[in-house]
Design a protein around this ligand. Structure first.
Ligand SMILES: [Zn+2]
Length: 335
């Protein structure tokens, strides 16, 4: 199901994410030659509703149209069909950022093919562009605690998240052979996302020695994902709509804030089964450690910093409610 091209087809750059399907049948890898041969790998639309990546590469390629990119670019355009519907993924499709460590089905084979193709081309780095479905500061995520990965991340901004779960993400697979980073550009269509990502990609294309960098511990605020918070299937919930588990409609305003114990997340109807599933690295349920119900309200039990809270109920069902973060020390760069 993967198509591999060597230049963008006619009309592609004129289309927004919802119309890419008119030109591309499905996931497509486009190798665009530039002055330096080793490519930068950039992926967009792994999640079909996260359109900042596509808008950014459109702008990038238009800007260099008629000239030459400073470095070759291998551009992967992921879930074209979900982008048509402005959805993260379609019902029945696997999540395109959960198919990169093997598995059965066409999407897994497609991802394996991309890895095989790119590994042979020895990319200088892998940058995967995403949006969040709630309000979050722009930040980068890495899956390996490696100075080259952290330094690549630090060029995007000072907030950096280290997440070693889930193991099936694209950047984890690419991390085996090049520095790899996810950039989270806030919500789609919010001002500043495309501009920030574009400046970042331009810098990455122009720069030599992306993998030889000095990381200054003061340059970044590094957090790691201590746990994933999900809402169990059997629990009915909503945002300010009077459900059994009625979360605050503006819950995403808590993202990247270090919250004191007792912070209210929402209301719980008496005798309802409302609870959260909180999974740490051991897969043990940590609900009781982080949350409690106090006079009909779900509150935090300990100081904690949530990130990537989504207030889109469909996305909460497909992915999760949020992650819980802990601040960690930035490793010293070896001399
Ligand atoms: Zn995403």
């Amino acid at each position: 199901m993967l198509e591999i091209l060597h230049h963008p087809p006619d009309g592609l750059l004129e289309r927004d994410a919802s119309r890419v399907h008119e030109v591309l049948e499905g996931p497509t890898l486009i190798h665009i030659a530039g002055r330096k041969r080793r490519p930068l790998y950039v992926s967009v639309l792994l999640h079909g509703n996260e359109t900042t990546g596509w808008e950014t590469v459109r702008a990038l390629l238009k800007r260099h149209l008629g000239g030459e990119l400073p470095r070759s670019l291998s551009l992967f355009i992921g879930n074209v069909k979900a982008a048509k519907e402005n959805l993260r993924s379609l019902d029945g499709q696997p999540d395109y950022n959960r198919v990169w460590s093997g598995g059965h089905g066409p999407e897994y084979a497609m991802a394996a093919r991309v890895i095989e193709e790119m590994r042979a081309l020895d990319p200088v780095a892998c940058i995967d562009v995403h949006n969040t479905s709630g309000t979050n500061p722009h930040h980068a995520c890495v899956n390996l605690m490696d100075p080259a990965h952290l330094a690549l991340a630090s060029r995007f901004g000072h907030f950096v998240v280290f997440a070693d779960k889930p193991p099936t993400v694209e950047t984890r697979a690419f991390g085996e052979f090049c520095p790899a980073v996810v950039i989270e550009c806030g919500m789609p269509d919010r001002p500043g996302g495309v501009e920030h990502a574009l400046a970042y990609l331009e810098d990455a294309l122009a720069r030599d020695g992306l993998d030889q960098v000095h990381l200054h511990p003061g340059d970044i605020d590094l957090f790691h994902t201590a746990a994933v918070v999900e809402i169990p299937e059997e629990v009915s919930f909503g945002f300010g709509d009077g459900s059994d588990f009625d979360l605050l409609p503006d819950l995403d305003q808590l993202n990247f804030n270090e919250l004191p114990a007792g912070t209210i997340l929402g209301k719980v109807r008496p005798n309802s089964n409302a609870r959260l599933r909180v999974t740490g690295s051991s897969d043990r349920d940590l609900y009781g450690r982080y949350f409690t119900v106090d006079e009909g309200r779900m509150v935090t039990a300990v100081p904690v910093m949530p990130a990537l809270i989504s207030t889109d109920a469909r996305i909460v069902r497909q992915d999760c409610l949020c992650y819980l973060m802990e601040r960690i020390r930035v490793p010293e760069d070896p001399p």
